[in-house]
Design a protein around this ligand. Structure first.
Ligand code: COA
Length: 151
């Protein structure tokens, strides 16, 4: 069992999160674009801390009744230990607490690990965006988890 803390992303985490982006994605977010989200009222970014290291992060945007996951990544040294699940739970809790109707995201069609994670959290495939990704070009699956609300 790992000693995991989920915290709001702060300036002190930006360098590590930018490094994580560069390790995990072919079109990574820059330090500057991550920094801009610190002042964005619609952005909720969280980091997973293990032994003082940033092991993962998630960013979501809440707009009106909708919540969109912009990115989620776990450092290769820390995968398959429940960190992605913990980050996604935090995002879903935030979205639910803000009264949103659903939480949604795009994922590369070939990204089996991420798709397995989302399915394990109750996300369902709701559509497809053709050629959504570059480097390499690939379709995106749209996956969504709808919150049940009492009338
Ligand atoms: N193969 C198959 N299933 C996988 C998997 C893999 N490589 N990785 C995760 N899963 C599924 C399993 O069902 C797993 O449960 P289990 O370990 O009990 O079998 C479940 O998801 C939860 O896994 P978890 O340990 O919480 O995920 P993680 O911390 O390893 O993070 C990612 C998963 C996708 C965030 C991580 O692999 C990652 O950062 N990938 C690169 C970045 C990326 O693709 N982000 C998504 C962009 S849309």
């Amino acid at each position: 069992m790992i000693d995991l803390t989920i915290a709001e992303m702060a300036r002190e985490h930006l360098e590590s999160v930018a490094e994580l982006e560069a390790i995990c994605f072919s079109q990574p977010w820059s330090y500057k674009s991550l920094e801009e989200e610190l002042d964005n009222d619609t952005a909720y970014f969280f980091v997973a801390i293990v032994g003082g290291r940033v092991a993962g992060y998630i960013g979501v945007f809440v707009v009106c009744e909708s919540c969109f996951v912009s990115n989620i990544a776990v450092h290769p040294d820390f995968r398959r230990q429940g960190i992605g699940t913990a980050l996604l739970k935090m995002a879903a809790l935030t979205a639910d607490a803000m009264g949103t109707e659903f939480i949604s995201l795009e994922v590369r069609k070939s990204n089996d690990p991420a798709i397995a994670l989302y399915e394990s959290m109750g996300f369902e495939e709701m559509g497809l965006r053709k050629n959504f990704y570059r480097n390499p070009t690939e379709d995106a699956l749209i996956m969504t988890k709808i919150f049940s609300r009492k009338a």
